[in-house]
Design a protein around this ligand. Structure first.
Ligand SMILES: NC(=O)c1ccc[n+]([C@@H]2O[C@H](COP(=O)([O-])OP(=O)(O)OC[C@H]3O[C@@H](n4cnc5c(N)ncnc54)[C@H](OP(=O)(O)O)[C@@H]3O)[C@@H](O)[C@H]2O)c1
Length: 317
């Protein structure tokens, strides 16, 4: 039986107004895959970058394309040999496939079951949808690559958005001292999440501010902002310290830095660990705005301001 769904779709690269919401066919469920009814999909800056065509040489797009890589929902059907979940299980996942075609701003998605984990029981679908992409990015940057240890110091650039809110909480779990960089209107918010110190990026010499607090510098910089903010922070790194960036691929950086670029990978084991943390009350997802599927264009325009707090979410209804 061919199943239909409502989905946000674009047919060519361009601005958010290229998106229309229409009825499209749901793909058939293949071996090892599951059909998930999407209950909430979080919005990420990368959704706009993909739609603009900026990542096409790296992650090709096949039109018509449905944007969105983050979701929480309910298993509705299982393909042959997909036995990890039961129909009715509440799951979440980072749904990036090798080709962008079927994303999460839709009523349904078909995914390999290996992309999914059981969602946190104590969080809503909207909150859960806010974890996969940002939670995995922060975890892989701080823990897998950054090797953050208890008692170390970490400077997080861009600490009040999706990545920053996860980064602060994961670093706090590791027992690190956290300095968050974002605009001053977000400092109280960042402290509530666990930042020990907050610095603004506007008209600020970040290195000088850090050296007042940590004369030897910080052990790790987690860069989710780049540009002038990163330049202003580089001198804050301790001798032998590490820089992990999710934006800068090494352009214009001084020689000899212990530098790593990271592009987040799906990882269901890490998603399960993040769900456990959330269910222990140690990982919160501040959702600052919710949009209907019909208003996906507005949701994407909002993320493009680069100044949303926590996560924004699309709910298919
Ligand atoms: N490589 C990867 O795997 C990967 C994964 C996820 C995200 N990313 C990228 O990482 C970036 C952040 O993602 P996100 O989801 O956290 O975005 P977001 O939710 O839009 O948050 C943006 C953050 O950046 C801050 N900010 C804006 N301008 C800044 C500046 N000049 N200096 C320092 N901070 C600034 C904002 O704070 P204020 O509002 O207080 O200004 C906010 O904290 C995006 O560019 C995204 O594409 C890369």
């Amino acid at each position: 039986m061919t199943r239909q769904m409502r989905a946000a779709v674009y047919d060519e690269f361009g601005a958010a107004d290229r998106i229309s919401v229409r009825t499209v066919k749901v793909p058939e469920v293949q071996e090892g895959e599951v059909l998930v009814r999407i209950r909430a999909a979080a919005v990420n800056p990368v959704d706009s970058a993909v739609r603009e065509g900026y990542l096409n040489s790296f992650i090709p797009v096949s039109f018509p394309a449905i944007p969105g890589w983050d979701m929480a929902g309910v298993i509705e059907e299982r393909g042959y040999s997909a036995r990890r979940f039961e129909v009715g299980d509440e799951v979440y996942g980072y749904a990036r496939r090798p080709i962008v075609r079927y994303g999460t701003f839709a009523e349904y998605i078909v995914l390999p079951e290996s992309y999914l984990a059981l969602k946190p029981k104590t969080l809503s679908f909207e909150e859960s949808a806010g974890i996969p992409l940002t939670g995995l990015t922060a975890f892989q940057s701080l823990v897998d690559i950054g090797r953050l240890q208890p008692g170390q110091s970490v400077l997080i650039l861009g600490a009040s958005g999706g990545i920053g809110t996860m980064g602060i909480q994961i670093a706090r779990e590791k027992g690190a001292t956290i300095i968050g960089v974002a605009s001053s209107r977000n400092h109280a918010f960042m402290k509530e999440l666990g930042a020990d110190h907050c610095i603004s990026y506007e008209d600020t010499d970040i290195t000088a501010e850090i050296r007042l607090l940590f004369p030897d510098g910080v052990d790790l910089i987690f860069d989710a902002a780049s540009g002038e903010t990163l330049k202003s922070s580089l001198g804050a790194l301790k001798e032998g310290g590490r820089l992990v960036s999710i934006l800068n691929r090494g352009e214009d950086l001084p020689e000899g830095l212990d530098f790593h670029y990271l592009f987040v990978e799906p990882n269901s084991t890490e998603l399960t660990a993040l769900a456990e943390l959330a269910d222990e009350g140690r990982l919160k997802v501040p959702v600052s705005a919710t949009f209907s599927l019909e208003n996906t264009t507005e949701a994407m325009r909002l993320i493009e301001t680069r100044h949303t707090q926590g996560k924004i979410v699309v709910v298919p209804g």
